[in-house]
Design a protein around this ligand. Structure first.
Ligand code: BMA
Length: 822
């Protein structure tokens, strides 16, 4: 740094420090106790009561063994937290001091120096309390008491004249998955789950910044910077946007300004697969005379986004246009990455989003039973070109519609929108997960013997919340360019045929309906926002279910307890029998269960992509886990890729070759998500499992930009003379540097006549290997404590595959499907 810059830097810092500053209270010494107890124990903020109890060895780790059961009592207790902090004379001299809680889970009372400041009742809100007159020089005491959310919920449920499903969870504005889900333990926690601080300020301060993109063209981005500024004194101030100074006249109190700002020759933010997710650094400051009073920064991405729903021959379209072009959406659903979300590190967020990017995804849906995610999540999505479908936090139940509840939600929406709206990654705001569906299709009204008027009330409450309060609040708080609202995902339940002709669709005929995977070829909607199949977590993660020496067996109670779907094991077994010989050995079962999941999902994803542009999006259920569990995830709790994540990466390649089997032929499709056409040579070869050529065709092809087309077909009679249980169809597309290959099998895995492969692993360098086999090896599984760049892949004889390792390994074990008796 040269001297002048250094000087200017110190100068600015000093003035900001003088005019506005922050005191972090999270890092103070915190203590907690059960409200019934006298004795305080050390606590961590941000955190949760379960984590604090664990750190103090007062409870066992609920993720291990069958411990979840042992910690259920915690949800019925009340908990106290407290800290002491010191305030200096200088800090006291500030004109304003606000105590800020970014998140309190959930029913709390906040006391400062013995005085009750506020009662809170919503985990998703930010609480900001002026405390200038309550702070004292020297020692101050901050105490927060939490009442049991379960008890509170029960009280509220009593006020409704009929039984609500999922009571008491739907009465409390708290992460719903804490109450247990079909992939998650019940761990209803409490605590100070986000940062606590005191903000000091003087004279004036910037409260919010909203960037509105009025017009975006190749030449310029015409923006409005909407800001709300609180001023103590009326007068002339300077509002600076990067280097541009704007003189503004402020009145005492709250001021709302809209200041035009232009960026010439703008560089666009592109979703993953289309180029760089370019971000501009934006700096905003408020100055009076020469003092900087308040400052904020943000990363700006310039892109346009539209949700196009137009009547067409098939029903009604449902697709996104980004920067003017229709984008085929490839991605997944996100659940909270831990049952105790405060312990999710920035690194974990970054890694999971990078894993999504690496698997060629361009969208993640944040599912409504979790949390509005941490800033780091959105930052990672902005940087990696991952669009976000943002649910509001309501899932799979009925919700109350009384005035207090609605007013509470309104504030929640305001807080979250104000925190999140400037992220270029956010594509759509969705009211809820599966509530329209729950009301229409899940039969709760019958189960709980509702009267006609009870049923009507539920529908009225639903309409009020998701068709009035939330969209109205969005309209009031979002700039027009960011306001895409969709009331419920899915819009129509999977039992209705319209779910495949309009809106977004959750298809659960596979898994819940136990239909065969092949049904995915028929049940293709306009935008598939959920569908999935379970697989076991990797062996490494499975072992962490145990506190002691793992007893790896399907009969083991711990293993059983780490499957939360009532019929999970049965369903996996049933599907496995259909397609594989079911291995008795645990490790082999674990491996085949992952292959099974990957196989089902490959069928689904490819069917969706072949149907482009009728179908314009596919988001599988689900990317990640919140604990070590058998689930629909493609990445397990420890961050290890299951076989499915490797498959997702292949199935989401920008240029995909895919086969659709008809009665008489195999139709070969090329799906191109790139914005340019590709001229290529292509073809197919039938090979036996020893690698011998049996039959082939080749062609010259023009693959249109952003398209899915059948390019050729192979009639079944043509292949009739071959034993297809011993053969594989290798298809390819080539042009210069581009070389896509795809293998297709004519039979289910259990009906393939595999022979024992001899698989060779050659070390190229400490972190690179080359894998080859003498005969065809199906689903080659490399085993070791490292991340392999590819795994669970098919390997033809006379070929080899280079794999990189995230860290070097002495011994790499290997197996393939042949080893499982298939
Ligand atoms: C979907 C989700 C979740 C659930 C998943 C698997 O409907 O919205 O509620 O975990 O199915 O059952």
């Amino acid at each position: 740094m040269n001297k002048t810059i250094l000087f200017a830097f110190i100068f600015i810092q000093t003035f900001i420090a003088a005019q506005s500053s922050e005191k972090n209270l999270s890092s103070e010494n915190w203590q907690f106790r059960n409200s019934k107890d006298q004795h305080w124990l050390p606590a961590k903020v941000p955190g949760t009561v379960h984590l604090d109890l664990m750190n103090n060895k007062a409870i066992p780790d609920p993720f291990k063994d069958e411990n979840e059961k042992k910690v259920q009592w915690i949800e019925n207790e009340d908990w106290d937290y407290q800290t002491h902090f010191s305030i200096s004379q200088k800090e006291l001299e500030n004109q304003h001091a606000n105590l800020v809680f970014n998140g309190l889970d959930t029913f709390s009372e906040i006391y400062l120096n013995g005085k009750l400041l506020k009662k809170t009742d919503n985990m998703f809100r930010k609480w900001e309390i002026p405390v200038k007159n309550l702070l004292r020089k020297g020692d101050n005491e901050l105490k927060i008491t939490f009442r049991s959310a379960v008890e509170e919920g029960k009280k509220r449920a009593k006020q409704v004249p009929f039984t609500m499903p999922e009571s008491p969870r739907s009465f409390v504005r708290k992460a719903q998955y804490q109450f247990g889900w079909d992939w998650g333990p019940r761990l209803v926690t409490a605590g100070i789950w986000k940062d606590v601080k005191i903000e000091f300020w003087n004279t004036a301060r910037i409260e919010t910044i909203k960037v509105e993109q009025k017009k975006l063209s190749g030449k310029s981005a015409d923006l409005y910077i909407h800001t709300s500024i609180l001023a103590e004194k009326e007068g002339k101030y300077t509002f600076r946007i990067n280097d541009k100074a704007n003189t503004v006249q402020l009145k005492k109190g709250n001021n709302r300004l809209a200041i035009p700002f232009t960026i010439r020759n703008p560089k666009l933010w592109q979703p993953n697969g289309w180029g760089e997710a370019f971000l501009y650094d934006m700096k905003f400051s408020l100055q009076n005379a020469s003092e900087i009073l308040s400052a904020q920064t943000l990363k700006l991405g310039l892109r346009t986004i539209e949700l196009v729903q137009e009547k067409d021959a098939g029903g009604k379209s449902f697709y996104f246009k980004v920067n003017g072009n229709p984008v085929y959406i490839k991605g997944t659903n996100w659940i909270p990455a831990d049952s105790f979300s405060p312990r999710i590190t920035k690194g974990k967020y970054q890694k999971l989003i990078r894993d999504a990017k690496e698997a060629n995804m361009n969208m993640i849906r944040i599912w409504g039973g979790g949390i509005y995610e941490d800033d780091e999540f959105y930052k990672a999505c902005d940087e990696n070109g991952i669009l976000v479908w943002q649910d509001f936090m309501f899932a799979g139940s009925f919700y109350p519609g009384d005035e207090t509840f609605l007013a509470n939600v309104k504030e929640e929406v305001k807080d979250q929108v104000s925190r999140l709206q400037n992220h270029p990654s956010i594509a759509l705001w969705c009211g809820n997960n599966e509530i329209d569906e729950a009301i229409v299709n899940w039969g709760y009204q019958k189960q709980f013997k509702y009267s006609k008027s009870d049923s009507l009330q539920v529908w009225k409450d639903y309409k009020k919340l998701f068709h009035e309060v939330i969209p109205r609040t969005l309209k009031e708080n979002l700039t027009a360019d960011k306001n895409i609202y969709w009331p419920s995902s899915p819009s129509i339940g999977w039992g209705h045929k319209e779910s495949l002709t309009e809106g977004d669709s959750h298809y659960w005929g596979v898994w819940w309906g136990e239909q065969p995977f092949e049904i995915y070829n028929e049940k293709v909607g306009r935008f598939m926002s959920e569908y999935g199949f379970q697989g076991m977590p990797t062996l490494a993660t499975t072992k962490t279910m145990f506190s002691g020496v793992p007893d790896l067996s399907l009969q083991n109670a711990t293993v059983k307890a780490h499957e939360k779907h009532a019929r999970g094991w049965e369903i996996i077994n049933e599907y496995m029998k259909r397609d594989y010989n079911v291995p008795a050995d645990f490790m082999k079962y674990n491996y085949v269960s992952q292959l099974l999941q990957a196989r089902g999902m490959q069928i689904a994803i490819e069917a969706h992509r072949r149907a482009k542009p009728y179908n314009m999006g596919t988001l599988y259920w689900q990317l990640n886990d919140c604990w070590p569990v058998v689930s629909w995830s493609s990445i397990d709790y420890l961050g290890n890729w299951k076989a499915f994540h490797y498959q997702a990466k292949r199935s989401f390649e920008p240029l995909l070759i895919s086969v659709a089997e008809t009665e008489k032929a195999y139709d070969i499709y090329f799906i191109n998500d790139l914005m340019n056409a590709v001229s290529a040579t292509s073809g197919a070869e039938l090979l036996d499992f020893d690698g011998n050529f049996l039959w082939g065709i080749d062609a010259a092809d023009m693959i249109k930009a952003n398209s899915s087309e059948k390019h050729f077909e192979i009639s079944k009679t043509e292949l009739a003379k071959f034993d297809l249980s011993k053969a594989v169809l290798k298809m390819y597309v080539k042009n210069g540097s581009l070389h896509q290959e795809k293998l297709f099998f004519f039979k289910k895995p259990k009906d393939l006549k595999l022979t024992k492969p001899d698989i060779t692993i050659k070390k190229i360098s400490p972190t690179e290997i080359e894998v080859s086999a003498d005969v065809f090896a199906k689903d080659v599984y490399l085993i070791g404590d490292t991340h392999f760049s590819d795994n669970f892949f098919d390997l033809l004889p006379k070929t080899s595959k280079r794999i990189t390792l995230s860290k070097s390994l002495e011994n790499i074990e290997v197996m393939s499907l042949w080893d499982t008796g298939n």
